[in-house]
Design a protein around this ligand. Structure first.
Ligand SMILES: O=C(O)C1=C[C@@H](OP(=O)(O)O)[C@@H](O)[C@H](O)C1
Ligand SMILES: C=C(OP(=O)(O)O)C(=O)O
Length: 420
């Protein structure tokens, strides 16, 4: 059981020091899967160890992959070149990457796989991915359009082209891409619809696939061809998590401090790294911020925007409503706890009223995190400037950044803990 709440005591001074974000969740879960599909031993270093990556590793172990963990940031993965049917449903908590990636990878298993998650995951849509698998002739079914999903795979496909709408989640596209290299023929994967959340995540996927020996080519702006090469075991270095970095970048500008992350913003290949440029403009953030290509950074930017000189409207964030929680709602509710009207919704846009005079005040704000790590981590930033910001269920940060509270503490942040 985690703690009930944590109140942040504003440090009243610039945050200065060295603080490294953990390994990238997105890259760790891609690498774990690809190493698990390969034959041979892969050493993944710089990896994230958190709820999301533990769920992925446990699921792979349940499918016959041997995974050793010699230290806090390394996985040594021994794959057989084939995943075996697990004896029980795969329980993946609220890990979107693990759930989506394994739903598609299950098509490569000879036998039945049930992919399931917690109550939150059971509300996150997966029907577009299940429909795409069915169009390849794979026996896959969901009763609710969300997990659980039952897949009876054979490793063989009946078509060589699949269409997928990535509007709700780019993870569907990544899932199909990674699965396709393990199939029995070249597959063309075509995007349907206009929007895709963060195309950068697709680039992350194809880069990881190539590192594990796959042949994947972008044949048009909306089509990828994947050859049936399978994967080769390899040693793979995982970069730090760019979404986790956004909290440290924001803490730096909010407090006027200097935090050395050990990695320059330009060195990240993940989409959220582009948030750095925006954060660096604080307290003169743009009037409109398009969050579509840096979605997981939006909670960070929205809380930062509360202290901006002028109001900020966030657009392109409709699919934040189907993340760990409805993040547009959670942000407007949390901001309004700090000051009535500070955050409002207009359709799927979030408008942050902004008031630099909030800094130095004291409020009574109990922030409902809805068990969402990013809501907890972003509202902690408000607590650096305002007294009385209390984060409910603070240990939900374990999803992607288990050491978050200790990392802030190492920079001089203090808390008032209360189990009640
Ligand atoms: O592919 C990935 O690693 C991710 C893609 C994004 O999700 P969607 O594609 O569901 O928008 C992002 O929000 C998530 O944290 C990680
Ligand atoms: C949306 C997120 O996670 P996922 O979809 O991987 O559960 C996130 O980490 O912000």
């Amino acid at each position: 059981m985690g703690r009930a709440k944590l109140t942040i005591i504003p440090p009243g001074k610039p945050l200065t020091g060295r603080a490294m974000p953990p390994g990238s969740k997105s890259i760790t879960n891609r690498a774990l899967l690809l190493a698990g599909l390969a034959k041979g031993t892969s050493r993944l270093t710089g990896a994230l160890k958190s709820d999301d990556t533990r769920y992925m590793a446990e699921a792979l172990r349940a499918m016959g992959v041997t995974i050793d963990e010699p230290d806090d940031t390394t996985f040594v993965v021994k794959g057989n070149g084939k995943l075996l049917p697990p004896s029980e449903p795969l329980f993946l908590g609220n890990a979107g990457t693990a759930t989506r990636f394994l739903t598609a990878a299950a098509a490569l298993v000879d036998g039945k796989v049930v992919v399931d998650g917690d109550a939150h995951m059971r509300k996150r849509p997966i029907a577009p991915l299940v429909d795409a698998l069915r169009s390849l002739g794979i026996d896959a079914a969901t009763e609710t359009g969300c997990p659980p999903v039952t897949i009876n795979g054979t490793g063989r496909f009946e078509a060589s082209r699949v269409q997928i709408d990535g509007g709700l989640s780019s993870q569907y596209v990544s899932a199909l891409l990674m699965m396709a290299a393990g199939g029995d023929r070249p597959i063309d994967i075509e995007l349907l619809g206009e929007d895709i959340g963060a195309l950068g995540y697709i680039d992350l996927t194809t880069a990881a696939m190539r590192a594990f020996g796959a042949k994947v080519e972008r044949t048009s702006p909306v089509t990828w061809r994947v050859e049936p090469t399978g994967y080769s075991a390899t040693d793979f270095l995982i970069e730090p998590d760019a979404s986790a970095a956004t909290y440290l970048w924001a803490a730096e500008v909010l407090t006027g401090g200097r935090i050395d992350l050990g990695t320059p913003a330009t060195a990240f290949s993940q989409p959220d790294a582009r948030a750095y440029e925006t954060i660096a403009k604080f307290p003169h953030l743009p009037a409109v911020i398009d969050g579509s290509q840096m979605q997981d950074a939006v909670p960070t930017l929205a809380v930062l925007a509360a202290f901006n000189e002028t109001p900020v409207r966030f657009v392109g964030i409709a699919n934040l409503r189907v993340k760990e929680c409805d993040r547009v709602r959670a942000l407007s509710l949390g901001l309004s706890q700090i000051a009535p009207g500070l955050g409002t919704e207009e359709g799927d846009d979030l408008i942050v009223a902004s008031d630099p005079r909030l800094a130095g005040t004291k409020v009574t704000a109990n922030i409902d995190t809805f068990a969402d790590h990013r809501i907890a981590m972003s509202f902690a930033l408000a607590g650096l400037k305002i007294g009385g910001v209390t984060i409910l269920d603070p240990d939900c940060v374990a999803k992607t950044f288990p050491a978050y509270w200790q990392v802030l503490a190492s920079l001089g942040v203090k808390y008032q803990e209360d189990a009640g």
